[in-house]
Ligand binder design. Structure first.
Ligand SMILES: CC(C)(COP(=O)(O)OP(=O)(O)OC[C@H]1O[C@@H](n2cnc3c(N)ncnc32)[C@H](O)[C@@H]1OP(=O)(O)O)[C@@H](O)C(=O)NCCC(=O)NCCS
Length: 159
C-alpha cells in the first residue's frame, strides 16, 4: 500500500541518542549490565528512529547481529546512538552503537554494536512503503552501501 510520503529524509532527521545511568536493577550478579537491558534500550532507540523516519507505527522484524564487545559496569553512563543505515521498500535498517562512559575518569568505551530491521505498518497492520533515505556524509554513504549489501544477504538467507 503506498504511503504518499514522497519527501525523502536525511539520516540526521531521524537519528536518536539516549543516555542512561546503570543502576543496581539493571545488573547481573557480576555487577555488569544484564544483556537483556541493553537489548531493550537498543530496540527502543531503533524503534524511535524508524518511527521518526516513516511517521508510522513500526515493528522489529529482524535483529541482524548484536555484539557485546566489553562489559558495562554499575554506575557507568550509557550512550545509545541509533541511526538509519539503509531503507528498502517497507523495511528500514538501523545501526546502533552503544558507548559506556565512566563518569569519574571520563573514559568512554565502545561496548556494543547492533543492526535491526523494522517494518512500517499501515492502519491494518500490513507493511507500508517508506520514504527514501538521503545519506549525506561520506560515512552515511558508506553505511548506506553496506546496509544495502546486508539487506541483500538477509534476503538470500531468508529464501
Ligand atoms: C512485519 C510483518 C507485518 C511483515 O510481514 P511480511 O509478510 O513478512 O512482509 P514482507 O514479506 O512483505 O516483508 C516486509 C519487508 O520486511 C523485510 N523482512 C521481512 N522479514 C525479514 C527478515 N527476517 N529479515 C530481514 N528483512 C525482513 C522484507 O524484505 C520486506 O522488505 P522491503 O519491503 O523493504 O523489501 C510481519 O512479519 C509481522 O507482523 N512480524 C511480527 C513483528 C513483531 O511482532 N515484532 C516484535 C515486536 S515489535
Amino acid at each position: 500500500m503506498p504511503n504518499n510520503q514522497n519527501m525523502a529524509k536525511t539520516v540526521s532527521e531521524s537519528a536518536v541518542e539516549m543516555r542512561y545511568l546503570v543502576m543496581p536493577n539493571h545488573t547481573n550478579p557480576q555487577n555488569s549490565i544484564f544483556g537483556g537491558v541493553v537489548m531493550s534500550w537498543i530496540d527502543m532507540a531503533a524503534a524511535m528512529v524508524t518511527e521518526r523516519h516513516s511517521n508510522r507505527p513500526v515493528v522489529t522484524v529482524h535483529v541482524d547481529g548484536i555484539n557485546f564487545k566489553a562489559p558495562i559496569k554499575i554506575g557507568d553512563h550509557v550512550l545509545i546512538k541509533a541511526s538509519l543505515n539503509y531503507v528498502g521498500k517497507t523495511s528500514m535498517l538501523v545501526g546502533v552503537k552503544v558507548l559506556a562512559e565512566n563518569p569519574f575518569t571520563g573514559i568512554t568505551r565502545h561496548t556494543t554494536t547492533a543492526y535491526l530491521v523494522f517494518v512500517a505498518l499501515d492502519d491494518i497492520g500490513k507493511p507500508i512503503d517508506v520514504r527514501r533515505l538521503i545519506p549525506e556524509s561520506d560515512e552515511e554513504k558508506r553505511r548506506f552501501e553496506e546496509g544495502r549489501a546486508r539487506i541483500e544477504a538477509m534476503k538470500k538467507k531468508k529464501k
